[in-house]
Design a protein around this ligand. Structure first.
Ligand code: ADP
Length: 514
């Protein structure tokens, strides 16, 4: 049977989605391939169809143990022989399943990466494995946002398999660096990348507003619509759910601290449209295939643009107009700092995470098209989407060249060795001890922005960083330096424009809470 015939006969679909056929053909031609497709793009079929065409078995490596059973059940329901092996099974069950595979009764065998490291290797080596599919392949790269050490030995393990299987790696979130890393580590020859763009998503960044109020108002205006609200911590998920329920908004919650039963029940209530809103940590969503999610709101900023796009991308899988909203507060960035600091990563790993967070904050501060900003981050060109909050921002642009020059020259005079807060303090003429300690009160730029609050100068610095005039480098406490385009501004060769916030009644008071 041809791939097209299987698509119809086994899965009931009439045509392939972008990229699927190319990937399937690569696999069938024994080309090791990396498939980069957005969430909901249809990655699973890229290995499931070849699995049905190959003589031997397809080994699927997936980190999502909790979802393996669901995936296998779904295949079995379609009449496809699939099974899984993970830590939830006892020795006899595992033995039985290996026997089933050896007897040729199984076409797809799902395993977790940890299992490949363990004593199963000998049994696996005896199996006629024709294809290895590695799901969530970005986990293999330390440059990815979800690096897992158990993925590191995968390449070696696969090489040791006597059947010399073809490899397909799949991911929805690979920056060019991550893609290169995956290709190198797994020895892949091909890359099939379908566009990251999700034209039906309207991105919004909401700043300087009372987030709780915004959330409640939004959910009331969109009542009955299905959506996800993400928060960074369990505590915040609990608080928000309570708040919404108090306001008579029907919302369920999901986080790792709830029992398995409660999680399953809440998840099903959401999936089957019994409860419209799910408030969750990032523990929720992987592998969830709900097509009519109309909005994804991040009540707190996540740690990286990869996470953000993956989570926001759960909106509008059915292709209908949907919204992806980020409620941004500078204070939430500190929560992410805390999470990075507490993590078990080594220093280099932490530094990379801080840099990802820096990119994420730039997204919140850019005045470029938000869709384009994301596409550029993932190494793609983009044009203005015309529907994000920046494209729709019709405030007048103001020439802020002079203020920019003040900031940039202050950064230069401080020898490009300090971060945003101290620069803002020097510019606004603060008398804090650190300013005196470094004799920055003797600089000509000391106090030249005295009329502005420290907070608004810090926001200007964020904007100039997002716009590329300043570069913020380093881990937890990024140090500012002036970029080439910043130098051009200092030399009077380039002007800088910014849409500046109007003072409306809903704008919070500008207190200096840096
Ligand atoms: P991903 O893993 O890329 O996030 P999935 O493989 O889970 O996406 O596919 C998302 C949804 O799209 C699934 O419900 C799947 O059955 C469906 N799908 C995949 N390929 C096609 C196709 N060619 N035509 C229609 N629906 C498809």
């Amino acid at each position: 049977m041809k791939p097209q015939t299987i698509l119809k006969a086994k899965f009931g679909y009439d045509s392939f989605r972008t990229g699927q056929e190319a990937v399937i053909n690569d696999v069938l031609n024994h080309q090791n391939v990396l498939a980069i497709m957005p969430t909901g793009g249809g990655k699973s079929l890229c290995y499931q169809i070849p699995a049905l065409m190959l003589d031997g078995v397809t080994l699927v490596v997936s980190p999502l143990i909790s979802l393996m059973k669901d995936q296998v059940d779904a295949l079995n329901e379609n009449g496809i022989a699939a099974t899984f092996i993970n830590s939830s099974l006892d020795y006899d069950q595992i033995n039985q399943r290996f026997n089933d595979v050896e007897n040729g009764d199984v076409k797809l065998l799902y395993v977790s990466p940890e299992r490949l490291d363990s004593g199963y290797l000998n049994r696996l080596a005896e199996l006629p494995i024709d294809l290895v599919a590695i799901d969530e392949a970005h986990c293999i790269s330390q440059w990815g946002h979800d690096f897992r050490p158990s993925y590191l030995n995968l390449a070696q393990t696969i090489q040791r398999l006597p059947s010399q299987p073809t490899i397909i790696a799949l991911t929805a979130t690979a920056t060019p660096i991550v893609a290169k890393d995956i290709i190198q580590r797994l020895g892949l020859q091909e890359e099939v990348k379908t566009g990251f763009s999700r034209p039906n998503l309207a991105f919004k960044v909401i700043k300087q507003q009372d987030s709780d109020k915004y959330l409640v108002d939004y959910l009331k205006q969109n009542s009955g619509q299905s959506g996800i609200v993400y928060a960074s911590t369990r505590k915040e998920v609990e608080r928000l759910t309570k708040l919404l329920n108090k306001k008579h908004i029907d919302a369920a919650m999901y986080h790792g601290g709830l029992t398995k039963e409660v999680r399953r029940e809440n998840q099903e209530n959401f999936l089957y449209d019994r409860v419209p809103v799910m408030v969750a940590t990032n523990a929720f969503g992987m592998g969830i295939d709900k097509s009519n999610v109309r909005f994804v709101i991040h009540a707190q900023v996540p740690g990286s643009l990869e996470s953000y796009y993956q989570e926001a991308g759960r909106a509008g899988r059915d292709g209908l107009p949907s919204e992806a909203i980020l409620l941004f507060r500078q204070s939430d960035v500190s929560i992410q700092h805390f999470l990075i600091d507490q993590s078990e990563r080594d220093d280099a790993g932490k530094k990379r995470e801080y840099e990802k967070l820096q990119d994420m904050t730039q997204y919140a501060n850019t005045q470029e098209c938000l869709q384009k900003f994301i596409l550029n981050y993932f190494g793609e060109e983009g044009t203005d989407c015309g529907q994000c909050s920046n494209c729709l921002d019709d405030r007048e642009e103001q020439d802020i060249t002079v203020d920019t020059q003040k900031v940039l020259s202050c950064v230069k005079r401080m020898s490009e060795r300090f971060g945003k807060i101290l620069v803002a303090q020097v510019l606004t003429g603060s008398s804090v001890a650190r300013v005196k300690e470094f004799h920055f009160d003797e600089l000509t730029t000391y106090g030249i922005m005295k009329g502005s609050s420290q907070r608004s100068v810090a926001e200007l610095i964020d904007f100039l960083t997002a716009a590329g005039y300043l570069v913020a480098e380093g881990g937890q406490y990024p140090v500012l330096r002036v970029s080439d385009s910043g130098v051009a501004v200092l030399q009077g060769k380039q002007k800088v424009y910014r849409k500046v916030a109007v003072q409306a009644s809903h704008v919070l008071p500008q207190n200096d809470d840096l």
